[in-house]
Write a protein that binds this ligand. Sequence first.
Ligand code: CP
Length: 304
Amino acid sequence: MNTKSLVSISDIGRDEILRLLDIAGRFEENPNRRLLEGKVVATLFFEPSTRTRLSFETAVNRLGGRVIGFSDANTTSSSKGETLKDTIKMVSNYVDLIVMRHYLEGAARYASEVTDVPIINAGDGANQHPSQTMLDLYSIYKTQGTLENLTITLVGDLKYGRTVHSLIMAMRYFNPTFRFVACEELGMPKEYKIFCDENGIRYSEHRDFSSEVIDSSDIIYMTRVQRERFADIMEYERVKDLYNLNNSMLTGARDNMRILHPLPRVNEIAQDVDDNPHAYYFEQARNGLYARQAIICRALGIDA
Ligand code: CP
């Protein structure tokens, strides 16, 4: 794998995470710098996206680079049976960097093994979403002033939610305490609980999204129950509305507590929360631009 690829959040360690957060801060001060002059970036989205694709493309545009790519694989030759390997090798002929979202877990790792062009994983199935994690870490750092010793409550679809999986792995360096709030069917997979045990990360599991949990959290990270991951639609219908956050549940929250959500939301956060001072999910999405500018520069070896 190209060492500048970002396939899993575990590809980067504590020092590099902190360095990228620092660079993201500089991009927030000035996102318009012509650091990518002459560079072409491909965005290959085999799954739908709003924020990830548009923020990556905005990041490239604001840095003076060019973007090619697709947001609907049905319009490409993969619909004629072209393999992922051939697609990646072909696109590698044209560009300096590939940003790819794919529905198969491990697709980004595979892509990184068939090309010398750096690959940024923009989400592979239920596995990983490392650029989301960088913007989540940036959002946590901005709102809490630190990444250390925080109590983070993850709520909703913890089974298929790739953003929460990546976040747990990244937070291993910062002594977090996690609460996992989910129903039995969507609980945190065993492998991530083993990861917590092996890395000395404290966690507890909850079925109830109780006031005790909310009032003792620094971060509440809501997630959508992802219909597209369910083989059985009846199963989805049964669990989709189990965890909903509304304003009346926030009266005892800590002043510093912020609500994050990778978005899109369906109804797991009521609209009335949007104007609550604890809500931070729209700002979080904006932070994606700066975090992704930092990630792109890392991938291309550009000193930012
Ligand atoms: N958070 C996130 O990945 O959003 P999109 O699916 O809209 O890219």
